[in-house]
Structures are given as structure tokens and as C-alpha cells.
Design a protein around this ligand. Structure first.
Ligand SMILES: C[S@@+](CC[C@H](N)C(=O)[O-])C[C@H]1O[C@@H](n2cnc3c(N)ncnc32)[C@H](O)[C@@H]1O
Length: 261
């Protein structure tokens, strides 16, 4: 449903999924096919370019690890400008638009200017990553809660750590691969047991997906080395213990077969 505002132009926030184009929803695809303007983010596979209509104005507005093609203010201004000109604008975001996507700022400027918009949900890296671990965020009797954290700013914001000591579930950390040691130390300091499993998934949902495991105490000393230069997401909790055991077992077998060659 479009929000009930004066129809000048229209903006569809489309959740593009964690990278590969086949994880885009059918509804998202339909909006893209009918777009007159597309403002698109980083972390989406180049195959997305093939589904953009030839007639559409397509602008890359991605931000990755400090390399920003446009400021947030410029992106919001672009949205507004095209919508005011009566265009159907697709604002294509990575993962699900509502998860750490700066959606709030972009909605705000549209609301202030009476522009109608809609939000199309999609596959987040949060769920794509845990699928790569052959695991589940919730697990009966083991994990009944989920916390999703922004690893980039969390160290400076103490409010995000409140209540961690009684937490009974899975912690998911985005934008945290540069700070695995610090994050692991902090989680232990906040009461999460040192032997709790932690996993790093890179390129979730894609063909080049990788996963590596450790425990919080080991990760606080050694970190978990990245295997690719793709985006990575962290999972902490007992719900992934079975996957850690399978991974350790497979690694042992592979090391054994290497040493007997
Ligand atoms: C700005 S946040 C956007 C999250 C996005 N809205 C979502 O729902 O996945 C970007 C972070 O999401 C995580 N991320 C996004 N895509 C990913 C992928 N395919 N594999 C692993 N992590 C990913 C990484 O932690 C990355 O630094």
C-alpha cells in the first residue's frame, strides 16, 4: 500500500536482498521494471544492471567502508528532486531496506514534502547468513531471542549492551568484521560465556559464500581472519554450536587428508 500522501511522484524503497539478483522478490522486480529513476546501493551483484529498464535513469549512490559515492543528504535530495518532478523512483537498497539502511532519513524527507512512498521487504543478510551456516537464529530451548547490532558504532554507544548478561538467544552483528577481537572481548565482559560459538559468514546468499567459526575467547585473542573482500556478518550464540562442531569435524578430516598426501 502506498502511504496516503499527495501524489506528486512516487518512491518505492525496494529491498534488493543480500547480493544475487535471484534473491530479489517478485514485487521488487515488478517495481524495478516500471521505474523511471533507480538510485541503487553497493553490495548488489552487477547482474542487477541487466534488469534495469533501458529507459530508466540509473544512478549508483553506494557507500562502502568509508567510500561514499554520495552523502546521505545528497541521496535524500536526489530522491526528493525526482519524485517532485513526477517520476516513479525506485530506491534500491541492499538486504532488507529496514535493517541498517538509513531508511529513516529518506522517509523523513519524503514525509515532510508530502511525497507518497512504499517499502518492499526483502531478504536481509541477517537471515541469508544464518542459512549459510545450516543453522537457525531461533532454536527451541536454546535461543528464544535475537539481537541485531551495528558493529561499526556499537563500541561508542553503551545503550546497545544493556541487558546482555541475561540474554538467551542469538546475537547478529553487521558491519563488525574489522572489530572481531574487540567485539568478542566486550561480549565476554557483558556476561556472554567465553566458550560461546561465533561464526563469520562472508558473501551470504551468493555463490562465493564462506563461513568460519571460533569461540568468543579464541576470537578475542586471534580474531577470525576474513577469507574474501566481500561483506561479512557475525553470529554469536548456542544456536550455531552444532554447525561449529560439524565445521571442526570437516576441518580435521581435511587436515588429515592433506597430511597423508
Ligand atoms: C549497511 S548494512 C546493510 C544491511 C542490509 N540492509 C541487510 O539487510 O542485509 C551493511 C552490512 O550488512 C552486512 N551484509 C550485507 N550483505 C551481506 C552479505 N551478502 N553477506 C554478509 N554480510 C552482508 C555486512 O555486515 C555489511 O557491512
Amino acid at each position: 500500500m502506498l502511504s496516503n500522501k499527495t501524489e506528486i511522484g512516487r518512491v518505492s524503497f525496494v529491498s534488493g536482498g543480500p547480493g544475487p539478483v535471484d534473491l530479489l522478490t517478485l514485487r521488487g522486480l515488478e517495481r524495478i521494471k516500471n521505474a523511471e529513476v533507480i538510485l541503487y546501493d553497493a553490495l548488489l551483484d552487477p547482474e542487477f544492471l541487466d534488469i534495469f529498464p533501458e529507459s530508466a535513469i540509473c544512478l549508483y549512490v553506494g557507500k562502502r567502508s568509508g567510500q561514499h559515492s554520495r552523502t546521505q543528504e545528497e541521496i535524500s535530495e536526489l530522491l526528493l528532486e525526482y519524485a517532485k518532478a513526477g517520476k516513479h523512483v525506485v530506491r534500491l537498497k541492499g538486504g532488507d531496506a529496514t535493517v541498517f539502511g538509513r531508511l529513516g532519513e529518506e522517509i523523513e524527507i519524503l514525509q515532510e514534502n508530502g511525497i507518497s512512498f512504499e517499502i518492499i521487504p526483502g531478504v536481509s543478510s541477517v537471515t541469508a547468513g544464518v542459512s549459510a551456516l545450516n543453522s537457525s537464529l531461533t532454536l527451541r530451548g536454546v535461543s528464544r531471542q535475537i539481537i541485531i547490532l551495528d558493529g561499526h558504532t556499537i563500541m561508542e554507544d553503551n545503550r546497545s549492551w544493556v541487558g546482555m548478561e541475561n540474554f538467551f538467544g542469538t546475537i547478529v552483528i553487521l558491519m563488525g568484521t574489522q572489530k572481531i577481537k574487540e567485539l568478542s572481548l566486550k561480549l565476554i565482559a557483558k556476561g556472554i560465556l567465553p566458550e560461546t560459538p561465533i561464526a563469520l559468514v562472508e558473501n551470504a546468499g551468493g555463490r562465493k559464500v564462506t563461513s568460519s567459526f571460533s569461540t568468543l575467547n579464541l576470537a578475542s585473542e586471534k580474531g577470525i581472519p576474513k577469507e574474501t573482500n566481500g561483506p561479512g556478518i557475525l553470529y554469536v550464540g548456542e544456536a550455531i554450536r552444532k554447525s561449529l562442531e560439524v565445521w571442526n569435524h570437516d576441518k580435521k578430516i581435511s587436515n588429515l587428508s592433506q597430511s597423508t598426501k
